[in-house]
Design a protein around this ligand. Structure first.
Ligand code: NAP
Length: 334
């Protein structure tokens, strides 16, 4: 058990604190909702106070039962937890209904943060394979994004959501929307791990006081099959990282987490077996400047969630989702 008071905190743009590390809850089509909920139950008792949930992970009802049990047993009160969830792509036109279901499933009365999971309404079925395409998929639209965002602003006004988050954004998309938002986003959730650092995006978000939440902080060794390509690099097997872990007498996972924290990113590792060690990483010795510099050299531009299943008819390939030439690809109203 790590005393939650010892776990450092980040400050959100409105001044509210948020624990510096949270527990991810996506079972990656491999870990059952029951096992994820057991990890959440164990995580609360181990000192976790931040949980990254999502409607599309298909386990919010089981996680909600774990929250409820912790409340009923007096382990924590609702106000002690920072609960985040995300509206899935098929509910962009009815965010209130999606959010009310999430809040009911999680048995949590309100959300501390609600993310727009992806910036477009393209969705795929759970457990789909990499060639799966939805014929209704569309490129990014500023007007549609703003409509979704404004529905969340209304949920903030109604007291159901405390902070707004965005996810899977690019700098061109952020440039297109940020000055049009009444309530600025408090956080942006993005893929970030040693072989995919997104330093430019991190700098951009820091300059605008938007906290970076880093997903797949360990390089997600057991991600869904659809997100595995033969050339992908295993972050935790990089020799430099292994050597630093050896020097600290810990698993490379712990080094990935310390690196994230020390560069100002809030990591949300998923774990059913090692979650206590991951939280402990927030309170043990820091990496040296030299070790941080060594990890900075591990950038390989190895995006793991390429997003092929979100492509719209006529798109070239997954690179179109990430605006790599600095303009939003195929935007209809930019
Ligand atoms: N916004 C988005 O679009 C988005 C996309 C993807 C993910 N996410 C969020 O990010 C979270 C994390 O991503 P992820 O789950 O894909 O990947 P991850 O956290 O990078 O990796 C999780 C894997 O690492 C293993 N692991 C964890 N701690 C370890 C340790 N100390 N030593 C050895 N192995 C360890 C886990 O195994 P054990 O269970 O055996 O410990 C699990 O297989 C998700 O759960 C989800 O909440 C968000």
């Amino acid at each position: 058990m790590i005393d939650p008071k010892r776990v450092p905190q980040f400050r959100l743009n409105g001044g509210d604190p948020i624990p510096c590390l949270g527990m991810g809850t996506f079972g990656s089509d491999r870990v059952s909702p029951e096992d994820v909920a057991n990890a959440v139950a164990g995580g609360i008792r181990a000192g976790y106070r931040l949980f990254d949930c999502a409607a599309c992970y298909g386990n919010e009802d089981k996680i909600g039962a774990a929250f409820r049990a912790a409340f009923d047993e007096g382990v924590v009160e609702r106000k002690d937890l920072f609960i985040m969830s995300k509206v899935w792509n098929d509910m962009h036109r009815d965010v209130a209904a999606s959010t009310k279901k999430t809040i009911a499933d999680l048995q949590c009365d309100y959300l501390d943060m609600l993310f727009i999971h992806w910036p477009f309404p393209n969705y795929h079925a759970p457990f789909c394979d990499v060639d799966s395409r939805n014929p209704d998929s569309k490129p990014f639209s500023v007007a549609e994004f703003l409509d979704t965002y404004r529905q969340i602003e209304a949920l903030v006004d109604a007291g159901l959501v405390r902070h707004i988050g965005i996810s899977n954004m690019t700098i061109p998309k952020l440039n297109a929307v940020l000055d049009k938002l009444r309530i600025p986003p408090a956080a942006c959730e993005s893929e970030m791990h040693p072989c995919f650092q997104q330093q430019e995006l991190l700098d951009y978000l820091n300059a605008r006081n938007i906290l970076s939440v880093g997903y797949m902080p360990l390089g997600s060794p057991r991600r869904p099959e659809r997100d595995i390509l033969p050339d992908d690099i295993a972050d935790m097997q990089m020799p430099e990282l292994v050597a630093i872990a050896k020097a600290h007498n810990c698993h490379p996972a712990i080094i990935c987490l310390k690196w994230a924290l020390q560069r100002g990113v809030l990591p949300i590792p998923f774990s059913v077996h090692n979650y206590e060690a991951n939280l402990e990483a927030t309170v043990t010795e820091k990496l040296t400047d030299e070790e941080m510099a060594t990890i900075a050299t591990l950038e390989r531009n190895n995006r793991l969630v390429k997003g092929q299943v979100f492509l719209w008819p006529g798109a070239n390939d997954w690179h179109d989702l990430w605006d790599e030439d600095g303009v939003i690809v195929s935007c209809t109203d930019c």
